[in-house]
Design a protein around this ligand. Structure first.
Ligand SMILES: [Zn+2]
Ligand SMILES: [Zn+2]
Ligand SMILES: [Zn+2]
Length: 339
């Protein structure tokens, strides 16, 4: 069977369309998650969503919709626990993730469904994407992509510096929850292709690849979507071709390995670019964290200087050219800390 014949099979066409859309949508959401330093959030949601799939199998309803409900509930819980910032938060989240995975496998057992049925959702499967699944995947993927690109200024501001976004008048809490819900939806649409246990890799690795090459946020967002698309479709085709030769390769692992291969291919280029940048500017005059008062400031910030003052822990920050400055007297004299 040639490659062309392979793509004329309906289930393969459905799998390709799903891989195409998931490959674009998952890294788009992943860009904001990586920026918020929550790279493992998708992994946690994926574990919790196993219970959602199991409930769908047990009640013989659609595993997609039960997974949507449970994944969103899990994602919002993760966001709320994280936001509280308690020391016990880590342990609470760990218990949530293990509970989600164990509960899912347990309920699947109760349903009397074999482990192989659940495995289709854990590591992806080319064969199981039905026409209904495909329509749900297409609709949700389009919604995700439109929100991630359309709201990129707001989502970027909130993900980059929540305190600053709050000062600028953005409803930070709303956008934080929105990012969590978007992550939950991308986990669900990716579960047939990449699988719940590996979906997080498709959200994070394409972003890591592109971050080797650019620091610009827009380029990272668009580049990650391109890299995710290439990894997703490439990995699916690899799994399909290998399965033709008698192997039994799931698309999830092959997609993730293709993405990781991409990372290691791009890594030397990234290292070269970083060295080149360092040569162009061998002696940075001041570190970006601290600027001498005279250079950056014709005046000392104070009550009447006209800059917006924000309380920040034990000191006051002044909003200044899009940064937050706090006067700080250190061993080397007075300077401004940037936050
Ligand atoms: Zn000022
Ligand atoms: Zn401060
Ligand atoms: Zn300033």
């Amino acid at each position: 069977m040639t490659l062309l014949e392979l793509f004329s099979v309906p289930f393969m066409q459905r799998a390709l369309i799903a891989a195409f859309l998931v490959g674009i949508a998952a890294p788009a959401v992943g860009t904001y998650i990586v920026q918020r330093r929550l790279a493992l959030m998708g992994d946690g949601i994926g574990h919790v969503a196993v219970t959602g799939v199991a409930i769908g199998l047990w009640t013989q309803t659609s595993p997609t919709w039960t997974a949507v409900v449970v994944a969103i509930a899990g994602a919002v819980t993760i966001e709320v626990v994280r936001e509280r910032g308690h020391a016990e938060g880590d342990v609470a989240l760990a218990m949530l993730f293990y509970g989600g995975l164990a509960g899912g496998v347990f309920v699947t057992g109760l349903a009397g469904t074999g482990a192989s049925r659940l495995q289709e959702f854990l590591f992806g499967s080319i064969l199981t994407i039905s026409v209904d699944d495909l329509f749900v995947t297409m609709a949700l993927a389009v919604v995700l992509i439109v929100i991630c690109v359309g709201l990129s200024p707001q989502l970027f501001a909130v993900s980059q510096d929540a305190d600053y976004a709050k000062v600028a008048g953005l409803p930070v809490r709303f956008y934080s929850i929105l990012v969590a819900v978007l992550a939950a939806l991308s986990v669900v649409i990716a579960m047939r292709t990449v699988g719940l246990l590996l979906v997080s890799a498709l959200m994070v690795v394409p972003v890591a690849i592109v971050q080797q090459l650019t620091r610009s946020f827009r380029m990272t967002l668009l580049g990650a979507m391109g890299a995710g698309l290439a990894a997703s479709v490439g990995g699916l085709v690899l799994a399909a071709v290998l399965s033709r030769t008698g192997a039994n390769v799931q698309p999830g692992p092959s997609i993730v390995l293709v993405a990781l291969a991409g990372f290691f291919l791009v890594w030397p280029v990234g290292a070269w670019l970083r060295r080149r940048r360092a040569l162009v500017a061998p002696f940075p005059e001041t570190s970006p964290e601290e600027k001498p008062v005279d250079e950056a400031h014709p005046h000392h910030h104070g009550e009447k200087c006209g800059h917006v003052a924000v309380e920040h822990g034990d000191h006051v920050d002044y909003i200044h050219d899009g940064h937050r400055h706090a006067a700080h007297v250190g061993a080397e004299g007075e300077h401004y800390d940037e936050h």
